[in-house]
Ligand binder design. Structure first.
Ligand SMILES: Cc1ncc(COP(=O)(O)O)c(C=O)c1O
Length: 364
């Protein structure tokens, strides 16, 4: 079947299935769902774009490569945390909070988006930061996400090593001041936050149907696991059993990340009332061979991926997450290690504000 016919066929099957005449298409989303009764704020305009990367597809020599632009959103440069905050901040407001508390590294994208979302809905943002790359302290505190937190009026606290005790102290001080603080864990990767990517999965299913593609794989950079877990659970819950969700770890070993993924999947099931066995263990795919020397430390292959995608597609990846994710996707494709690859999607989770503190690593 030629390409055009294949796409038309996929669209027709999906449409027929939605109308209930094709005996159930693997990618047909449920039109409305009890999932929709979970409170969610609108913090950005959805859906985000999903586009073919024509030039990169030609360079790699196929399969067709696509990019989902979750880096283009409305919370101060956007990124994957915006979707999570739509649920977390809805819960904070519901509980009568006057302040949110969260934590991360000095260049945390999650913290920057939390400060933006909090400002938008009228909550104080209290953020506890630690430094994952001590030798870069001056650069990490001079620009990028850290600077943006300051511009958005965040209350900033520092933790030497463990952030937990500082977070506890901030929470207790805010409680004593009558601010009913709402705590968002690192990366918002608890049950409620991860629902953002369950919602994203449904959005993708609809988008792929409209585009006439049925991706074999979607790649994402994985840290605290909420993005990958939400996406995986959302795809399976809304009827897509075929797209493999490949997580590229930016910090932990495969074993540790898989373990954490299972616990986030369980938290999502609990929060949304989904069956626990929706995602079997062998559906959790994680690679840990693209981390390099550690979290927050760019790799050569990652920097090369930033250049390739910048030069060929005009899209900026970040040095900590998406560059490692993209370098993994390109490596697996070039070395033919991706079984049944067809319509491969890269989830751009954002993070580009961090290119500024990492400028020295990125200059030629
Ligand atoms: C740009 C970017 N990509 C990917 C991730 C990883 O997402 P998660 O923590 O949900 O695994 C993060 C998390 O901080 C991020 O900032």
């Amino acid at each position: 079947m030629i390409e055009e016919d294949r796409r038309t066929f996929i669209k027709a099957v999906a449409a027929a299935s939605l109308a209930g005449v094709a005996g159930g298409c693997a990618t047909a989303p449920r039109a409305r769902d009890r999932f929709d009764s979970i409170p969610r704020l609108t913090l950005t305009t959805l859906p985000t774009a999903c586009k073919k990367m024509d030039n990169l597809t030609s360079t790699v020599g196929g399969p067709d490569l696509y990019i989902k632009r979750d880096d283009v959103m409305e919370l101060a440069h956007g990124g994957n945390k915006t979707r999570k905050l739509e649920y977390a901040l809805a819960q904070a407001l519901d509980r009568g909070a006057k302040a949110v508390v969260t934590q991360g590294g000095l260049q945390s994208n999650h913290v920057r988006q939390t400060c933006s979302g909090a400002a938008r809905v009228g909550l104080e943002a209290h953020v506890v930061l630690s430094n994952p790359v001590p030798e870069m302290k001056a650069e990490l505190m001079g620009s990028g996400n850290y600077l943006m937190n300051q511009l958005m009026g965040a209350h900033i606290y520092f933790a030497e090593d463990q952030r937990g005790p500082v977070v506890e102290k901030v929470l207790s001080d805010l409680s004593a001041a009558g601010k009913s603080p709402y705590n968002i864990p690192a990366g918002a990767s608890n049950g409620i936050g991860s629902l953002g990517y369950v919602n994203a999965a449904r959005e993708l299913i609809r988008q792929w149907d409209d585009m006439g593609i049925r991706p074999s794989h979607i790649f994402t950079a994985t840290g605290s696991c909420g993005t990958q877990a939400g996406l995986l659970m959302g795809l399976r819950y809304f009827g897509n059993q075929e797209t493999r969700v490949v997580g590229i770890s930016v910090s932990g070993s495969r074993e540790r990340v898989e373990e954490r993924m299972r616990s986030v999947l369980d938290m999502i099931s609990e929060e949304a009332g989904f069956a626990r066995d929706l995602v079997p263990d062998d559906d959790i795919l994680v690679h840990d061979e693209y981390i390099g020397t550690g979290y927050g430390r760019p790799t050569e292959a990652g920097i090369a991926a930033i250049r390739t995608v910048g030069e060929q597609e005009g899209i900026i990846l970040d040095p900590v997450y998406t560059s490692k994710g993209m370098s993994a996707m390109l490596d697996l494709l070039r070395n033919r290690r991706l079984d049944g690859a067809r319509d491969v999607v890269f989830l751009h989770t954002g993070g580009a504000p961090a290119i500024h503190p990492y400028a020295e690593h990125l200059r030629t």
